[in-house]
Design a protein around this ligand. Structure first.
Ligand SMILES: Cc1cc2nc3c(=O)[nH]c(=O)nc-3n(C[C@H](O)[C@H](O)[C@H](O)COP(=O)(O)OP(=O)(O)OC[C@H]3O[C@@H](n4cnc5c(N)ncnc54)[C@H](O)[C@@H]3O)c2cc1C
Length: 378
């Protein structure tokens, strides 16, 4: 399936299956197995696995239309495929050849899904506060202690790429942790309840002397202490994914606004015959065009691994997410009370859109990171 065929298939899935059921799935906080299976059949989670490891070798830019189309239906679906994409980037860019051969074919065939875990109760943007620790286990593997939060897909994924401080190193490392033993006494799992972005598992972990014979450091022993660089590098891919979530929300807001304008009568005609409503729709369209262009430019920079990849992917995520939150408000002003009814699409988008301002880095923390190199040059 080419990238164009993939996005056409995703659009069909969204029209035929997602949009008719998303309200019910959101209400039940349930991303049905059948929907996840369909994403796997479409090859979305492992789409970036290189062809030499049995995958399709699609690029981030190839996936932008599919991620956007999926988000037009429900951003929880786009979020559900994201961690496996991050894992693919981690393995391709930083894994040893053995690690690539172990995981990439499974991911490419949809037989393994991954989670990506940095956040802890006391540490999100500030990686200096990571406390989860790892040490070598007698006989091979690692022993883990600590807590993790907000692990997407973290109750059912097959492998977790997890930031931890390896004994003897002051900088964090990326641990490749197979899911064996998850849910037992030494690796306890809870699920966090959320107001939006529902259906996606958001796990909380507690490790107590968890012995994992299969755990290893991404990139091998010499990569101990490189976890921050490796995982932030993969987040360039994730930030484009989040920008696509936001773009899909903006697409849907425009549809809701146009529908309201062309069906609702106010004053002496349709809402859309009034100038203020026309201005609002025009502004939605103009801002979407800006976000779309920036997201495509960021995706190309991430694929090229250009030196602007971090700045552009961060900027795309920031501008897109702020636009999504604004767009829901703009459309809701036109729909007014309808947008406040439980079960209304705009009511759900009002809960979903802020996730894009937090996921892959809180927007304010990202603004600080963007400003730092520019200010340090002075
Ligand atoms: C639904 C959802 C899903 C998520 N999925 C995952 C996941 O799969 N894996 C994962 O690891 N994480 C995940 N996260 C966590 C997310 O990535 C973090 O919430 C995010 O990185 C921000 O961290 P924080 O919430 O601790 O906020 P903080 O990092 O504490 O930021 C809060 C505020 O502190 C301020 N601040 C931050 N840094 C600085 C600084 N250097 N100087 C001064 N002020 C600063 C800013 O004002 C910022 O807005 C998820 C979160 C949510 C809500």
């Amino acid at each position: 399936m080419t990238a164009d065929e993939l996005s056409a298939a995703v659009r069909r899935f969204v029209e035929e299956t997602v949009l008719p059921h998303v309200d019910e799935w959101d209400r039940r906080d349930d991303l049905p197995d059948s929907a996840l299976r369909r994403l796997v059949e479409l090859g979305l989670p492992g789409a970036m696995v290189p062809t030499e490891y049995g995958g399709r070798g699609l690029t981030v830019a190839d996936l932008v239309p599919a991620w956007r189309a999926l988000s037009h239906g429900w951003i929880s679906l786009t979020g559900a495929v994201n961690p496996t994409g991050l894992a693919t980037a981690l393995l391709v860019r930083h894994g040893t050849e053995d690690q690539r051969r172990r995981w990439l074919p499974l991911i490419g065939r949809g037989e393994a899904l991954a989670s990506f875990s940095i956040t802890e109760p006391q540490a999100g943007s500030d990686l200096g506060r990571i406390e989860t620790s790892a040490r070598a286990r007698d006989g091979g593997g690692l022993v883990l202690d600590g807590e993790k939060r907000w692990v997407a897909g973290g109750a059912s994924s097959d492998v977790v790429f997890l930031m931890a401080e390896m004994e003897g190193s002051e900088k964090p490392s990326c641990v490749v942790l197979p899911a064996d033993g998850r849910g037992g006494a030494s690796w306890q799992v809870g699920e966090l309840d959320k107001v939006g972005y529902r259906g996606v598992e958001s796990a909380a972990y507690r490790f107590e002397e968890h012995e994992s014979p299969g755990a290893e450091i991404l990139g091998g022993h010499e990569a101990i202490g490189s976890g921050a660089r490796q995982m932030l590098d993969a987040l360039d891919v994730g930030r484009v994914n989040v920008a696509c979530r936001a773009l899909g929300i903006v697409d849907r807001c425009i549809e809701c606004a146009v529908e309201e304008c062309t069906t609702r009568e106010v004053g002496d005609g349709l809402l859309g015959q009034h100038t203020h409503a026309q201005l609002r729709v025009g502004e939605l369209i103009a801002r979407r065009a800006g976000v779309e262009a920036l997201t495509q430019k960021a995706a190309a920079a991430v694929d090229e691994r250009s030196e602007l990849a971090r700045e552009l992917s961060t900027s795309a995520k920031l501008v897109a997410s702020d636009t999504a939150v604004w767009a829901v408000d703009a459309a809701a002003r036109l729909a007014a009370s309808r947008s406040y009814a439980a079960g209304d699409e705009l009511a759900r988008l009002r809960r979903d859109a802020p996730q894009t301002e937090i996921g892959e880095g809180a927007n304010d923390a990202l603004l600080l990171a963007l400003a730092k190199p520019a200010l340090d040059r002075q």
